[in-house]
Design a protein around this ligand. Sequence first.
Ligand SMILES: Nc1nc2c(c(=O)[nH]1)N[C@H]1C(S)=C(S)[C@@H](COP(=O)(O)O)O[C@H]1N2
Ligand SMILES: [Mo]
Length: 233
Amino acid sequence: MQRFNRRQFLQIAGLSGSSLLLGGCGSDLFAGVVGQVTEPLNQRLEELLLNPQKPVPELPVSQIEPDKLIVNSFDFTPMIDPVKYRLTIDGEVNHPMQLSLNELYKLPLTSVVMRHVCVEGWAAIVQWGGVRLRDLIQLAQPKDTVCYVYFQSADGYYESWDLRSCLHPQTLMAYQKNGEQLPIDNGAPLRLAAPIKLGYKHSKWVTRIMLTSNLLPSRGYWEDRGYEWFAGL
Ligand SMILES: Nc1nc2c(c(=O)[nH]1)N[C@H]1C(S)=C(S)[C@@H](COP(=O)(O)O)O[C@H]1N2
Ligand SMILES: [Mo]
């Protein structure tokens, strides 16, 4: 595992304005096996209609609804020692990494006020703050075969996303909620947050981000129980 070094930090600063090439899954992501066999037609359309790189209009800070975000965990709340915590980024990448929280905190901080929508029938406007997932992916340098990203969580939850949605400028690995340190129940030390997908796509307590060319048979905790995979908002 390669540790995070100074040159890589500078790389982010220098590259933050540029776009990352999507390799083989850019314009015809859904021309592949997933689009034609695994996913129903409506999800292909959903992907085609959504422009993932266009920022979702931001909501004002005055509209944050601190009491409306309901803690929703399928099982237990894992206790993670913040000193020992490492975020693993691996898979089909040139630079697999293990990042400490201090290393993550040194990366550019982005805050986005967005609506969190749970399929169970509630929503809340939340401000999430953290590292852009695209910056982390850029640091790991995915091989051009990569089309999907898997997220592993400390409570056994797992998720998979399409690469384009991971590269969206408002897709965050968040460590702040409403301007304060992320509470344990909401996924501390690190959770996914993005205004482009339903709540169950936003893995809490993420410990591993794995980049891959293929969607594995286990696509996500709720997806494997019948929920939609793309789950776009
Ligand atoms: N690791 C993990 N992440 C998870 C879940 C979970 O049970 N475990 N539940 C998901 C669901 S269904 C929702 S709506 C949101 C809820 O986030 P919150 O508990 O911070 O409100 O987390 C998502 N991420
Ligand atoms: Mo949810």
